[in-house]
Write a protein that binds this ligand. Structure first.
Ligand code: ZN
Length: 373
Protein backbone atom coordinates (compact mmCIF):
# COMPACT_ATOMS: atom_id res chain seq x y z
CA UNK A 1 0.00 0.00 0.00
CA UNK A 2 1.58 3.34 -1.05
CA UNK A 3 2.49 5.52 1.93
CA UNK A 4 1.10 8.67 0.31
CA UNK A 5 -2.39 7.21 0.75
CA UNK A 6 -2.20 8.02 4.43
CA UNK A 7 -1.18 11.67 3.99
CA UNK A 8 -2.14 14.52 1.70
CA UNK A 9 1.35 14.64 0.20
CA UNK A 10 2.33 16.53 -3.00
CA UNK A 11 2.02 13.27 -4.93
CA UNK A 12 -1.50 12.72 -3.61
CA UNK A 13 -2.48 16.26 -4.64
CA UNK A 14 -0.93 15.70 -8.08
CA UNK A 15 -3.03 12.57 -8.59
CA UNK A 16 -6.23 14.22 -7.36
CA UNK A 17 -7.67 15.06 -10.81
CA UNK A 18 -7.50 11.34 -11.65
CA UNK A 19 -9.33 10.62 -8.39
CA UNK A 20 -12.14 12.97 -9.34
CA UNK A 21 -12.46 11.10 -12.59
CA UNK A 22 -12.46 7.74 -10.81
CA UNK A 23 -15.01 8.84 -8.17
CA UNK A 24 -17.11 10.47 -10.85
CA UNK A 25 -17.36 7.25 -12.84
CA UNK A 26 -18.37 5.22 -9.77
CA UNK A 27 -20.95 7.86 -8.83
CA UNK A 28 -22.36 7.94 -12.33
CA UNK A 29 -22.70 4.15 -12.41
CA UNK A 30 -24.53 4.20 -9.09
CA UNK A 31 -26.86 6.93 -10.37
CA UNK A 32 -27.45 5.04 -13.62
CA UNK A 33 -28.65 1.98 -11.68
CA UNK A 34 -30.72 4.03 -9.26
CA UNK A 35 -32.46 5.91 -12.06
CA UNK A 36 -33.04 2.71 -13.99
CA UNK A 37 -30.84 3.69 -16.98
CA UNK A 38 -28.91 0.51 -16.37
CA UNK A 39 -30.75 -2.62 -15.34
CA UNK A 40 -29.98 -4.08 -11.95
CA UNK A 41 -30.76 -7.51 -10.61
CA UNK A 42 -32.97 -8.01 -7.55
CA UNK A 43 -32.45 -11.16 -5.52
CA UNK A 44 -35.74 -12.85 -4.60
CA UNK A 45 -34.53 -13.31 -1.02
CA UNK A 46 -33.00 -10.60 1.20
CA UNK A 47 -29.40 -9.78 0.43
CA UNK A 48 -26.83 -8.15 2.70
CA UNK A 49 -23.64 -6.67 1.35
CA UNK A 50 -20.63 -6.76 3.64
CA UNK A 51 -18.28 -4.46 1.83
CA UNK A 52 -15.47 -1.97 1.91
CA UNK A 53 -15.24 1.62 0.86
CA UNK A 54 -11.44 1.46 0.90
CA UNK A 55 -8.88 -0.90 -0.60
CA UNK A 56 -6.90 -3.03 1.84
CA UNK A 57 -7.86 -5.35 4.67
CA UNK A 58 -10.76 -4.68 6.98
CA UNK A 59 -11.27 -8.09 8.62
CA UNK A 60 -14.10 -8.87 6.23
CA UNK A 61 -13.65 -12.64 6.03
CA UNK A 62 -13.82 -13.27 9.82
CA UNK A 63 -16.74 -10.83 9.97
CA UNK A 64 -18.70 -12.68 7.28
CA UNK A 65 -17.98 -15.98 9.04
CA UNK A 66 -19.25 -14.58 12.36
CA UNK A 67 -22.40 -13.15 10.75
CA UNK A 68 -23.20 -16.40 8.95
CA UNK A 69 -22.68 -18.32 12.22
CA UNK A 70 -25.03 -15.92 13.99
CA UNK A 71 -27.79 -16.58 11.46
CA UNK A 72 -27.25 -20.34 11.60
CA UNK A 73 -27.54 -20.22 15.40
CA UNK A 74 -30.84 -18.35 15.01
CA UNK A 75 -32.20 -21.11 12.79
CA UNK A 76 -31.89 -18.99 9.64
CA UNK A 77 -30.20 -20.47 6.60
CA UNK A 78 -27.62 -18.15 5.05
CA UNK A 79 -25.69 -18.55 1.81
CA UNK A 80 -22.58 -16.61 0.83
CA UNK A 81 -21.63 -15.23 -2.54
CA UNK A 82 -18.16 -14.01 -3.36
CA UNK A 83 -16.29 -12.85 -6.40
CA UNK A 84 -13.67 -15.48 -5.63
CA UNK A 85 -10.77 -13.01 -5.38
CA UNK A 86 -7.47 -14.44 -6.49
CA UNK A 87 -9.23 -17.32 -8.20
CA UNK A 88 -9.79 -18.12 -11.84
CA UNK A 89 -13.55 -18.34 -12.27
CA UNK A 90 -14.89 -16.42 -15.24
CA UNK A 91 -18.67 -16.84 -15.47
CA UNK A 92 -19.67 -20.28 -14.22
CA UNK A 93 -20.68 -20.18 -10.51
CA UNK A 94 -18.82 -22.70 -8.36
CA UNK A 95 -19.92 -24.18 -5.09
CA UNK A 96 -17.00 -24.02 -2.66
CA UNK A 97 -16.14 -26.54 0.03
CA UNK A 98 -13.13 -26.85 2.29
CA UNK A 99 -11.39 -29.07 -0.24
CA UNK A 100 -11.85 -26.66 -3.16
CA UNK A 101 -8.73 -25.38 -4.89
CA UNK A 102 -8.03 -21.79 -3.76
CA UNK A 103 -6.26 -21.26 -7.10
CA UNK A 104 -9.66 -21.59 -8.76
CA UNK A 105 -12.23 -20.30 -6.26
CA UNK A 106 -10.01 -17.88 -4.28
CA UNK A 107 -8.44 -18.21 -0.83
CA UNK A 108 -11.14 -16.43 1.19
CA UNK A 109 -14.00 -18.65 0.06
CA UNK A 110 -12.07 -21.80 0.98
CA UNK A 111 -11.30 -20.30 4.39
CA UNK A 112 -15.00 -19.57 4.94
CA UNK A 113 -15.89 -23.11 3.90
CA UNK A 114 -13.57 -24.45 6.61
CA UNK A 115 -15.74 -22.72 9.22
CA UNK A 116 -19.24 -22.82 7.80
CA UNK A 117 -21.71 -25.44 6.82
CA UNK A 118 -23.70 -23.34 4.37
CA UNK A 119 -23.63 -22.82 0.61
CA UNK A 120 -20.70 -20.66 -0.51
CA UNK A 121 -20.68 -19.76 -4.18
CA UNK A 122 -17.86 -18.03 -6.03
CA UNK A 123 -18.55 -16.15 -9.25
CA UNK A 124 -17.42 -12.72 -10.50
CA UNK A 125 -20.93 -12.09 -11.83
CA UNK A 126 -22.86 -11.94 -8.58
CA UNK A 127 -26.24 -12.26 -10.22
CA UNK A 128 -25.25 -15.73 -11.50
CA UNK A 129 -24.13 -16.71 -8.00
CA UNK A 130 -27.50 -15.68 -6.54
CA UNK A 131 -29.42 -17.54 -9.26
CA UNK A 132 -27.29 -20.62 -8.66
CA UNK A 133 -28.13 -20.56 -4.95
CA UNK A 134 -31.86 -20.04 -5.49
CA UNK A 135 -31.93 -22.93 -7.94
CA UNK A 136 -29.88 -25.44 -5.98
CA UNK A 137 -30.20 -24.61 -2.28
CA UNK A 138 -32.77 -23.82 0.30
CA UNK A 139 -31.78 -20.58 1.95
CA UNK A 140 -33.28 -17.56 3.73
CA UNK A 141 -30.70 -14.85 3.24
CA UNK A 142 -27.69 -14.13 1.05
CA UNK A 143 -24.51 -12.54 2.37
CA UNK A 144 -22.40 -10.91 -0.29
CA UNK A 145 -18.72 -10.91 0.59
CA UNK A 146 -17.72 -7.51 -0.81
CA UNK A 147 -19.52 -5.95 -3.77
CA UNK A 148 -20.56 -2.60 -2.26
CA UNK A 149 -19.71 -0.96 -5.59
CA UNK A 150 -21.24 -3.80 -7.64
CA UNK A 151 -24.38 -1.77 -8.31
CA UNK A 152 -25.75 -4.22 -10.84
CA UNK A 153 -26.81 -6.20 -7.77
CA UNK A 154 -29.64 -4.67 -5.75
CA UNK A 155 -29.23 -5.03 -1.99
CA UNK A 156 -31.47 -4.77 1.07
CA UNK A 157 -28.82 -3.92 3.64
CA UNK A 158 -25.32 -2.49 3.33
CA UNK A 159 -22.67 -3.06 5.97
CA UNK A 160 -19.36 -1.26 5.51
CA UNK A 161 -16.23 -2.32 7.36
CA UNK A 162 -13.39 0.12 7.93
CA UNK A 163 -9.85 -1.02 8.65
CA UNK A 164 -7.26 0.45 11.01
CA UNK A 165 -6.09 2.98 8.39
CA UNK A 166 -9.54 4.55 8.43
CA UNK A 167 -10.23 6.40 5.19
CA UNK A 168 -6.53 7.24 4.67
CA UNK A 169 -6.04 10.74 3.31
CA UNK A 170 -9.73 10.89 2.33
CA UNK A 171 -9.03 10.88 -1.42
CA UNK A 172 -10.36 8.40 -3.95
CA UNK A 173 -8.14 6.09 -5.96
CA UNK A 174 -5.43 6.64 -7.15
CA UNK A 175 -4.56 9.62 -4.90
CA UNK A 176 -6.05 7.86 -1.88
CA UNK A 177 -7.46 4.52 -0.81
CA UNK A 178 -11.18 5.23 -1.23
CA UNK A 179 -13.08 3.17 -3.80
CA UNK A 180 -15.83 5.79 -3.87
CA UNK A 181 -16.48 9.13 -2.22
CA UNK A 182 -16.59 9.17 1.59
CA UNK A 183 -20.05 10.78 1.30
CA UNK A 184 -21.33 7.37 0.31
CA UNK A 185 -21.03 6.30 3.96
CA UNK A 186 -24.05 8.47 4.76
CA UNK A 187 -26.24 6.16 2.71
CA UNK A 188 -25.23 2.78 4.15
CA UNK A 189 -27.03 0.93 6.95
CA UNK A 190 -24.07 0.06 9.16
CA UNK A 191 -20.47 1.19 9.52
CA UNK A 192 -18.23 -0.95 11.70
CA UNK A 193 -14.61 -0.25 12.55
CA UNK A 194 -12.14 -3.09 12.88
CA UNK A 195 -10.41 -3.10 16.28
CA UNK A 196 -13.15 -0.89 17.73
CA UNK A 197 -16.58 -2.32 16.96
CA UNK A 198 -15.24 -5.79 16.34
CA UNK A 199 -11.87 -7.23 17.31
CA UNK A 200 -10.04 -10.07 15.62
CA UNK A 201 -8.96 -12.38 18.42
CA UNK A 202 -6.28 -15.02 18.03
CA UNK A 203 -6.67 -18.11 20.18
CA UNK A 204 -3.48 -20.01 19.40
CA UNK A 205 -1.12 -21.06 16.61
CA UNK A 206 -1.86 -24.21 14.68
CA UNK A 207 0.73 -26.32 12.89
CA UNK A 208 0.01 -26.71 9.18
CA UNK A 209 1.23 -30.31 9.08
CA UNK A 210 0.51 -31.86 12.48
CA UNK A 211 -2.38 -29.54 13.51
CA UNK A 212 -0.60 -29.24 16.88
CA UNK A 213 -1.53 -26.22 18.98
CA UNK A 214 0.91 -23.63 20.33
CA UNK A 215 -0.44 -21.17 22.89
CA UNK A 216 0.02 -17.56 21.82
CA UNK A 217 1.17 -16.38 25.24
CA UNK A 218 4.29 -18.51 24.69
CA UNK A 219 5.21 -16.38 21.67
CA UNK A 220 6.72 -13.69 23.90
CA UNK A 221 10.46 -13.30 23.29
CA UNK A 222 10.49 -15.82 20.40
CA UNK A 223 11.88 -14.89 16.99
CA UNK A 224 9.75 -16.00 14.06
CA UNK A 225 9.37 -15.41 10.35
CA UNK A 226 6.02 -13.71 9.75
CA UNK A 227 4.30 -14.17 6.39
CA UNK A 228 1.30 -12.19 5.24
CA UNK A 229 -0.30 -12.03 1.79
CA UNK A 230 -3.37 -10.09 2.85
CA UNK A 231 -4.86 -6.63 2.33
CA UNK A 232 -2.96 -5.12 5.21
CA UNK A 233 0.11 -7.22 6.16
CA UNK A 234 1.15 -4.66 8.80
CA UNK A 235 -1.90 -5.49 10.91
CA UNK A 236 -0.77 -9.11 11.14
CA UNK A 237 2.82 -8.16 11.96
CA UNK A 238 1.64 -5.78 14.66
CA UNK A 239 -0.60 -8.43 16.13
CA UNK A 240 2.42 -10.76 16.51
CA UNK A 241 4.54 -7.98 17.97
CA UNK A 242 1.83 -7.15 20.47
CA UNK A 243 2.08 -10.75 21.61
CA UNK A 244 5.77 -10.15 22.28
CA UNK A 245 7.24 -11.95 19.27
CA UNK A 246 10.36 -10.70 17.48
CA UNK A 247 9.39 -10.93 13.85
CA UNK A 248 11.19 -11.08 10.52
CA UNK A 249 8.39 -9.76 8.29
CA UNK A 250 7.72 -11.00 4.75
CA UNK A 251 4.81 -9.28 3.05
CA UNK A 252 3.20 -10.40 -0.20
CA UNK A 253 0.36 -9.02 -2.32
CA UNK A 254 -3.20 -9.89 -1.32
CA UNK A 255 -4.30 -13.30 -2.69
CA UNK A 256 -0.66 -14.12 -3.55
CA UNK A 257 -0.05 -17.72 -4.51
CA UNK A 258 3.00 -18.99 -2.59
CA UNK A 259 5.89 -21.05 -3.89
CA UNK A 260 8.01 -23.21 -1.60
CA UNK A 261 10.94 -20.75 -1.66
CA UNK A 262 8.62 -17.95 -0.46
CA UNK A 263 7.89 -19.67 2.83
CA UNK A 264 11.05 -21.74 3.50
CA UNK A 265 14.13 -20.03 4.90
CA UNK A 266 17.71 -21.14 5.58
CA UNK A 267 17.34 -21.31 9.36
CA UNK A 268 15.47 -23.21 12.05
CA UNK A 269 13.10 -20.42 13.02
CA UNK A 270 9.36 -21.11 13.04
CA UNK A 271 7.34 -19.53 10.26
CA UNK A 272 4.00 -17.98 11.22
CA UNK A 273 1.38 -16.99 8.65
CA UNK A 274 -2.21 -15.82 8.49
CA UNK A 275 -5.04 -18.29 8.25
CA UNK A 276 -5.91 -17.10 4.75
CA UNK A 277 -2.37 -17.81 3.56
CA UNK A 278 -2.33 -21.21 5.24
CA UNK A 279 -5.19 -22.29 2.95
CA UNK A 280 -2.79 -21.93 0.02
CA UNK A 281 0.32 -23.41 1.69
CA UNK A 282 -1.13 -26.77 2.71
CA UNK A 283 0.78 -28.66 0.01
CA UNK A 284 4.16 -26.99 0.50
CA UNK A 285 4.25 -26.58 4.28
CA UNK A 286 6.65 -28.35 6.65
CA UNK A 287 6.40 -28.95 10.39
CA UNK A 288 8.01 -25.53 10.85
CA UNK A 289 4.93 -23.73 9.51
CA UNK A 290 2.20 -22.38 11.78
CA UNK A 291 -0.87 -20.26 11.20
CA UNK A 292 -2.93 -18.09 13.49
CA UNK A 293 -6.72 -18.60 13.33
CA UNK A 294 -8.69 -15.48 14.26
CA UNK A 295 -12.26 -15.08 15.38
CA UNK A 296 -14.48 -12.14 16.06
CA UNK A 297 -17.59 -11.43 18.11
CA UNK A 298 -20.19 -9.15 16.60
CA UNK A 299 -21.41 -6.25 18.77
CA UNK A 300 -24.82 -6.92 20.32
CA UNK A 301 -26.29 -3.51 19.44
CA UNK A 302 -25.37 -4.12 15.81
CA UNK A 303 -27.08 -7.54 15.82
CA UNK A 304 -30.22 -6.13 17.43
CA UNK A 305 -30.62 -3.34 14.89
CA UNK A 306 -29.76 -5.69 12.05
CA UNK A 307 -32.51 -8.02 13.23
CA UNK A 308 -34.95 -5.11 13.32
CA UNK A 309 -34.07 -4.12 9.77
CA UNK A 310 -34.59 -7.69 8.62
CA UNK A 311 -37.81 -8.11 10.55
CA UNK A 312 -40.05 -7.44 7.59
CA UNK A 313 -38.73 -10.40 5.65
CA UNK A 314 -39.85 -13.95 6.13
CA UNK A 315 -38.60 -15.84 8.16
CA UNK A 316 -37.05 -13.07 10.23
CA UNK A 317 -40.42 -11.95 11.45
CA UNK A 318 -40.85 -15.34 13.04
CA UNK A 319 -37.78 -14.99 15.24
CA UNK A 320 -38.78 -11.69 16.82
CA UNK A 321 -39.84 -12.15 20.40
CA UNK A 322 -41.78 -10.04 22.87
CA UNK A 323 -39.32 -8.07 25.04
CA UNK A 324 -41.45 -8.71 28.13
CA UNK A 325 -42.44 -12.37 28.03
CA UNK A 326 -39.95 -13.53 25.32
CA UNK A 327 -42.87 -15.23 23.63
CA UNK A 328 -43.32 -15.38 19.87
CA UNK A 329 -44.82 -12.33 18.18
CA UNK A 330 -47.44 -12.55 15.45
CA UNK A 331 -47.49 -10.18 12.55
CA UNK A 332 -50.77 -8.53 11.73
CA UNK A 333 -51.16 -6.72 8.46
CA UNK A 334 -54.11 -4.49 9.40
CA UNK A 335 -53.00 -2.51 11.34
CA UNK A 336 -49.28 -3.01 10.66
CA UNK A 337 -48.36 -4.38 14.12
CA UNK A 338 -46.69 -7.19 15.97
CA UNK A 339 -48.94 -8.86 18.51
CA UNK A 340 -48.04 -10.59 21.75
CA UNK A 341 -51.16 -12.55 22.80
CA UNK A 342 -49.66 -13.44 26.19
CA UNK A 343 -49.10 -9.80 27.17
CA UNK A 344 -52.16 -8.54 25.22
CA UNK A 345 -49.91 -5.96 23.56
CA UNK A 346 -49.47 -4.71 20.00
CA UNK A 347 -46.08 -3.30 19.02
CA UNK A 348 -46.11 -0.73 16.21
CA UNK A 349 -43.99 -1.00 13.07
CA UNK A 350 -42.74 2.41 12.00
CA UNK A 351 -40.87 2.83 8.72
CA UNK A 352 -40.64 -0.95 8.51
CA UNK A 353 -38.86 -1.08 11.87
CA UNK A 354 -40.65 -2.85 14.74
CA UNK A 355 -40.68 -0.73 17.90
CA UNK A 356 -40.29 -3.44 20.50
CA UNK A 357 -40.64 -1.34 23.62
CA UNK A 358 -43.31 -1.65 26.26
CA UNK A 359 -43.73 2.14 26.26
CA UNK A 360 -44.47 2.14 22.52
CA UNK A 361 -46.88 -0.78 22.63
CA UNK A 362 -50.66 -0.54 22.49
CA UNK A 363 -52.89 -2.54 24.82
CA UNK A 364 -55.26 -4.75 22.83
CA UNK A 365 -58.95 -4.21 23.48
CA UNK A 366 -60.86 -7.19 24.82
CA UNK A 367 -62.60 -7.48 21.48
CA UNK A 368 -59.29 -7.65 19.61
CA UNK A 369 -57.97 -10.05 22.15
CA UNK A 370 -60.94 -12.37 21.69
CA UNK A 371 -60.45 -12.37 17.95
CA UNK A 372 -56.95 -13.73 18.42
CA UNK A 373 -58.26 -16.91 19.93
ZN1 ZN B 1 -45.30 -10.74 25.64
Amino acid sequence: MPTFWTRRSPLAWALLPLSWLFCGVVKLRRLAYRRGWLKFYQSPIPLIIIGNITVGGTGKTPFVIALAKYFINQGIKPAIISRGYGGKIKKEPQLVDKYSDPKIVGDETVLMAQYLNCPIVACPIRKYAVEFIIKNHECDIILSDDGLQHYALQRNIEIVLIGEQGLGNGFCLPAGMLRESANRLKTVDFILHKNQDFILKAQHLKNLVSQDIFEIDQLAGKTVHAIAGIGNPQSFFQQLQTLGAQIIPHSFPDHYYFKKEDICFNDDLPVVMTEKDAVKCQMIATSRHWYMPVETDLPMDFLISLQRKLAMFKPFLDILVCPICKGKLHYQKQPHELICPACRLAYPIVDEIPKLLETEARRLSLEEYDQLK
